[in-house]
Ligand binder design. Structure first.
Ligand SMILES: [Zn+2]
Length: 381
């Protein structure tokens, strides 16, 4: 037997052993047809002393088992589209995925069960002042970073970690993405992008970025991808995964429990949120330009002037964030003026959206001075 043949035979024997162990494992289906590699550290004794040989065999046995457990545990903890449910110890128990297209992942219950909520409702409860953006069809999607503490803060100690060393490192939730449903009608949906990691005992920590969401009318995300081809968050998600791979590589050089690269992950989440918002903002600018062309440049339209003329005190508002003046007309018509009296845009809002902006204090009553300046500027035009 030649040298190459002997080495090949040795490798094949090890592989046979590994495959046998995989086949007997209850989580084996998770790595079927996956491109995984197992790295082993071999220590070969040069003497044929029986005791040393036994030690070497025991070491390879441990190495094989740990490598296998590590891959399987990571795959069990990380299943695309599902959060690992610490209560059930698996991701496919039915608790791990949103059932509604508008739902986002909001964290783990005290016993480790994933929770989901309507993005709009959840932002209202957090008193996020940007909630009105959600209901403004011309606004870009909103992206929000949720910290690891917020996701897992109420988890009871006895439900933490477990055999997989599962951790949630924070997430980005974003919405609404307005995508066509199977009949072509625009439908609002939200997406959650949590970063998780797993680390079974004795092996390195592995990271993954998950994508959680449901399509319109109960459609799965896989279906949605198939149907639409391009999904607005694909680019940002690819970018985030590549950064995460770098983070994993640099933290993986240390075996065992080095400090978690939480700082870098927080930076990554911020970058992901910015990218999700920026990607759509380009489209938003075009929309505003189109609206401006439609209303003949930035000279106030007759409709805007007429609405201003008949506006009562209640209909004259100041947008605290954008520093603009709002003139409300009939049926949700709203004209947005710059402080210099230029018409920025005219849009239509649902009554509920107007009410929300008032309630959240985003739109305040305009001061008599602001109204006077606006009226005077427009009269001089
Ligand atoms: Zn469960």
């Amino acid at each position: 037997m030649g040298r190459d043949q002997r080495m090949r035979q040795a490798l094949e024997l090890l592989l046979t052993e590994l495959r046998t162990r995989i086949d007997r494992h209850p989580w084996a289906h998770l790595i079927a047809d996956r491109n995984e590699r197992v790295a082993l550290e071999l220590a070969l004794p040069l003497t044929d002393h029986e005791g040393q040989m036994l030690q070497a065999v025991a070491k390879i046995d441990r190495e094989l088992q740990q490598a296998l457990e590590s891959i399987l545990a990571h795959r069990a903890a990380f299943q695309p589209g599902k959060v690992f449910c610490l209560r059930c110890g698996r991701a496919d128990c039915g608790h791990g995925a949103p059932v509604d297209a508008r739902h986002v992942f909001t964290g783990l219950s005290p016993t480790g069960q994933p929770r989901f909520a309507d993005l709009g409702q959840w932002l209202l409860e957090r008193q996020d002042p940007r909630v009105d953006q959600l209901y403004d069809e011309s606004a870009p999607p909103l992206a929000c970073v949720v910290s690891a503490e917020e996701l897992t803060g109420s988890l009871l100690p006895s439900f933490r970690d477990g055999a997989t060393g599962f951790r949630l490192h924070g997430e980005v939730v974003a919405g609404w993405f307005r995508l066509p449903d199977p009949r072509g009608r625009p439908s609002a949906l939200a997406v959650s992008l949590p970063i998780i990691s797993s680390q079974p005992r004795g092996s390195r920590r592995r990271f993954g970025l998950n994508v959680l969401g449901a399509g319109p009318a109960g459609e799965s995300l896989e279906h949605l991808y198939d149907r639409l081809g391009a999904i607005p968050w694909t680019g940002p998600v690819r970018w985030a995964q590549s950064v995460l791979d770098q983070i994993e590589r640099s933290s993986g050089r240390r075996r065992g429990s080095g400090p978690l690269p939480q700082r870098r992950i927080e930076g990554l989440l911020g970058g992901l949120a910015r990218r999700l918002q920026r990607g759509e903002r380009a489209r938003q600018r075009r929309t505003v330009h189109a609206q401006q062309r439609h209303i003949e440049g930035d000279r106030p339209t007759r409709m805007a002037l007429a609405d201003l003329a008949r506006a009562g005190e209640e209909d004259l508002l100041f947008d605290r964030r954008r520093k603009t003046l709002i003139v409300l007309g009939e049926r949700g018509r709203a004209h947005v003026f710059s402080p210099a009296g230029r018409l920025v845009t005219s849009v239509r809002y649902a009554p509920a959206a107007i009410e929300r902006k008032r309630q959240l204090g985003i739109w305040l009553k305009a001061s008599p001075r602001q109204v006077e300046v606006l009226r005077r500027t427009l009269a001089a035009d």
